[in-house]
Design a protein. Sequence first.
Length: 467
Amino acid sequence: MSDGSYDVIVIGGGPGGYPAAIRARQLGMTVAVVEREHLGGICLNWGCMPTKALLRTAEVHHLITHAADFGLKVGSVEVDIDRVVKRSRKVAKRLSAGIKHLMKKNAIDVHDGSGRLAGSGRVVVDKDGASAIELEGRHIILATGARARSFPGLEPDGELIWTYKEAMIPKELPRRLLVVGSGAIGIEFASFYNDLGVEVTVVEALPRILPVEDEEISKLAHKQLSKMGIVFHVDAKVSSLDKGDDSVSATIQVSGVEAKTETFDRVILAVGIVGNVEGLGLEGTGVEIDQTHIIINEWTETGEPGVYAVGDVAGAPWLAHKATHEGILCAERIAGFSGAHPMRTDRIPGCTYCRPQIASVGMTEAAAVEVGREIRVGRFPFIANGKAIALGEVEGLIKTIFDAKTGELLGAHMIGAEVTELIQGFVVAMNLETTEAELMRTVFAHPTLSEMMHESTLAAYDRAINI
Ligand SMILES: Cc1cc2nc3c(=O)[nH]c(=O)nc-3n(C[C@H](O)[C@H](O)[C@H](O)COP(=O)(O)OP(=O)(O)OC[C@H]3O[C@@H](n4cnc5c(N)ncnc54)[C@H](O)[C@@H]3O)c2cc1C
């Protein structure tokens, strides 16, 4: 244990903060982490991991209910939601405990409480309403994450109107569920509940679901998820939520159509997140805030010398792997590590783990056209891939976008089974500044879903073999 003086103090022990702490230790610095709740942050405790455990249950449920397609006779399936939630919480607990172990293994001091800046190089840790200790740090990394956004009239109450937290631990399955917002979080919950037999309606303010994805992929997702029973209202707003005893009446206003009121058992608000910037002692410092996030440069530096910000609190994309990457590069920057490299946000993959899965990296077709690129686009459908047919997963598409002049891979967009695993191949390719020629020359194992990545590349140059 240190005397309270460190090279680096990290406020927040999520996927941005804890890897920053470990990397700083690897580079020979003394490090403390201040965490007010659980090590592992939202990601391990209330985000990525518990939702993936829930979605695995939904996937198994889907397979069992379609067992006959595989020549298997099974009885009816019953959902024991209590055990489903328990499994998800167990996954979260195990992972969070793993981070505690990593902190110990790396000789990182963990201080329990809320950290805030208290003058140059000083952090006060508040616990139970009192200032517990004061720490000194040559460098301070703010990794405090974000929380669910709410709007006036659309506030969660934890009972009938849920944020992602309550949506993850239902006491019972609602019969009718409204999901407000169709980003990754909204769509994952819609998919999970729909697979378990809940009637799900999704309302999206923009003209299409999963608005950050390539338009073609978001249309396919809309079509496929609708086919599975989810009702979508796009270009629509929920203008009010009126709570009853055990239900909520939602007024849904689809653009250009008369508003209508529908009743749901529960509502999930998935309308974005806001950075945890309050109470950090930023007033009077050079740290600047843009609406709800801290402004940083490509090296994670804020406007205050010696103060850095990483992860969700430092803005989009709000993804755990972006937070981790920033945390590591921040530690390397502080240490003056020669291999440190600045953040490139254009090569960060994004995944939605609904059924079918969605994954992408780089420019969408529209974005490439908008910046004036001449492009070649390849498409390969799952229905033409042997492994997809053998798996019984024939819905999906792999789309690739290349610069027509240089052959540079500009973007890849996928929908279908296991695409969240496949996307990494294209992420590596983009980081190596791969062209179509190198991808074409690469041998892909057979039979695999990844063969479609090859075929999609070939298709962009009118050379696909299997379509
Ligand atoms: C339902 C859901 C599903 C998600 N699924 C995915 C996914 O599949 N893939 C993906 O990449 N991302 C996913 N995300 C997003 C991902 O969880 C976040 O991008 C990631 O957790 C951000 O990491 P972070 O370290 O910046 O912040 P956080 O994980 O929020 O961690 C911040 C930590 O700081 C602590 N803290 C805050 N203020 C203080 C303070 N003053 N003092 C001390 N401690 C403090 C908090 O308690 C918290 O532990 C999901 C999010 C949600 C909500």
